[in-house]
Design a protein around this ligand. Structure first.
Ligand code: PAF
Length: 277
């Protein structure tokens, strides 16, 4: 496995190859490795970037505490046969600063609610870095986890806006045995919080079970009440949405629905979603 810090060296390594790209912020777990496995299964020369993108954090504590462990990440990537890893510096990614206009995109209504509303500037930062990394890597296919379902929609919109000829593949969320969605932020949970965190997946699963039996209003009210039972939890949003528009379905029961949820457990923000019907 090759490792580089520079765009120039990376482009030399990738020249003439059909590339599958997995952008990450490091602190890799088995969910990330699934993205690499998916790229390898497509028969692609697989490049992974490890870059904690300052432009997408609206919370400085979350940025400062974001787990970094390159040695462990590289060992894991080697184990799944990754071909090349780029670990660039902030200057390598943003040589002209983080505010360059050509990397600023308006993703319209799909980016306004949920993560867009709770993490102001987040999708602008994600769009900026993903566009820049796509320019750097020039992949044929790029792989993103479905855990960040709204991000996946934003990235699909990004390639539509920029005209970059890249296929975007969403890979199903990898879960712990308990059902908790794998996330780099889980590393910051205490053993007790790890147990409590299962509430997120249980809420989604329960919603799927009762969706056709009770009203949407009752589902939303029940979930909100359940999170109020424990003061360590602070529910940011739970909603039933149309996954194409990222708008709430209200009282209706259409045939393609996803439930989306974000909640803080102590200081740690957890995020998940599930296809309901
Ligand atoms: O999902 C992530 O880890 C990040 O948002 C991404 C796509 C690597 C951009 O920094």
């Amino acid at each position: 496995m090759k490792i580089t810090k520079t765009k120039k060296e990376l482009q030399g390594i990738l020249s003439g190859k059909s590339v599958g790209f997995v952008p990450t912020m490091g602190a890799l777990h088995d969910g990330h490795l699934d993205l690499v496995r998916a790229s390898k299964a497509h028969g692609l020369y697989t490049a992974v970037s490890i870059f904690v993108n300052p432009a997408q954090f609206n919370d400085s504590i979350d940025f400062e505490k974001y787990p970094v462990n390159h040695e462990r990440d590289l060992t894991r990537l080697c184990e799944v046969d990754c071909d090349v890893v780029i670990i660039p510096t902030v200057d390598e990614v943003y040589p002209n600063g983080m505010k360059q206009m050509e990397y600023r995109h308006d993703f319209g209504s799909i980016a306004l609610d949920y993560e867009g509303a709770y993490r102001l500037g987040h999708f602008e930062g994600v769009g900026r870095v993903v566009h820049t990394l796509f320019d750097m890597v020039k992949p044929q296919v790029a792989f993103f986890g479905e855990k960040d379902y709204q991000q996946l929609a934003v990235v699909k919109k990004l390639v539509e806006i920029t005209g970059q000829d890249i296929e975007i593949v969403g890979v199903p969320t990898k879960r712990e045995k308990s059902g908790l969605a794998m996330s780099s932020r889980n590393e910051r949970l205490s053993p007790d919080q790890m147990k409590k965190a299962v509430k997120i997946y249980e809420s989604l699963k329960w919603t799927k079970e009762v969706f056709l039996e009770i009203s949407n209003e009752e589902i939303l009210a029940t979930i909100k009440d359940r999170f109020r039972e424990d003061s360590e939890w602070s529910l940011e949003y739970f909603d039933l949405i149309d996954p194409k528009s990222f708008k709430p379905i209200g009282f209706s029961k259409p045939s393609n629905i996803r439930a989306v949820i974000a909640a803080k457990l102590g200081e740690i923000r957890l995020l998940d979603n599930l296809k309901i019907v």
